[in-house]
Design a protein around this ligand. Sequence first.
Ligand code: DAH
Length: 354
Amino acid sequence: MKEMIQKLKSQFETKLKDVNDQKSLEDLRLDFLSKKGQITQLMKELSKVPNEQKKEAGQLINSFKQEVLERYEGKKEQLISLQEKLLIDGAESYDDSMPTGCPCGSYHPITLVQRELEDIFESMGFDVEDYNEIVDDYHCFEALNIPKYHPARDMQDTYYLTTKNQLLKSHTSAAQNAILKKYGKDLKEKGRPIRAVFPGRCFRNEAIDACHENTFFQMEGIMVDKDISVSNLIYFMKTMLSEVFSKEVTVRLRPGFFPFVEPGFELDIQCLICEGEGCSSCKNSGWLELCPCGMIHPNVLKYGGINTEENPYEYTGFAFGLGLTRLAMMKYGVKDIRTFNSGDLSSLSQFVSR
Ligand code: DAH
């Protein structure tokens, strides 16, 4: 390990010497410090080191990483002051790609998780759609097989506007009807399956605590075609979650009730920390509840103009509703949901895309 680090160190120093603008500095950062960079690769080598040497090797890698970070920051500062000097001198070789020294904002952790998921789904052929935050009663409930006065309405209380029939959407499922209508024509005329994800802000009338917020994010997804079955649902969820957590995940389905799917499920993943043995993160069950899902109810497909009364099973599909906020909490180890809407930069500026 020592030799590998030594070799990398001299490689890093040689490259650092050649850095003279923002672009080459960023290339160097990607090469060494990014998710797929050399230091991460080095960490992977750690698994091959005999157990009794692991601790020391780990420390060596950490201090190397620290050194690379410091050298990188130092170079950045140097480029900034050079840029400032150039500006003062009014030199003609002004390079607008150089860092300006202005403090930059950072992406919100939910944005990071959302974008990562969008990329994964796009790579699997899904379209990414946007939808309103203010919707009507029909889209939020009735089109989803939740009739007026049905007890299933009690599951989601939200905020109603004084304008007739308008409310803040309580789940991203509220977009299903519009998406089915938008893509239904291509499905029927060209045989193009409907594959779409639609992330969005949702609202509920909740008593706020560390696990409940009145404003949170979900990402809904649907796939509709001929002969879509639960196997397709499991395949897509498993592939997506293995990408998100960067390792193979084991999933299981339990029955769950949602009026807009039949059958409906709760999808759990095997706890990534204890690998199913049971630990405090999974409340000793070995499983974490992650994503409700199911086969889209025939009524929902009918209201969306996909199937007809005469042929109610011509097309079938699955749907899922991922809690983006919950996923961000799991991924980044955020214990209190209120952090996300706090606007507190000391917490929120710590998240970086990997
Ligand atoms: N909309 C549901 C909620 O927020 C979640 C959900 C359940 C979405 C099952 C789905 C689904 O697409 O199939 O509670």
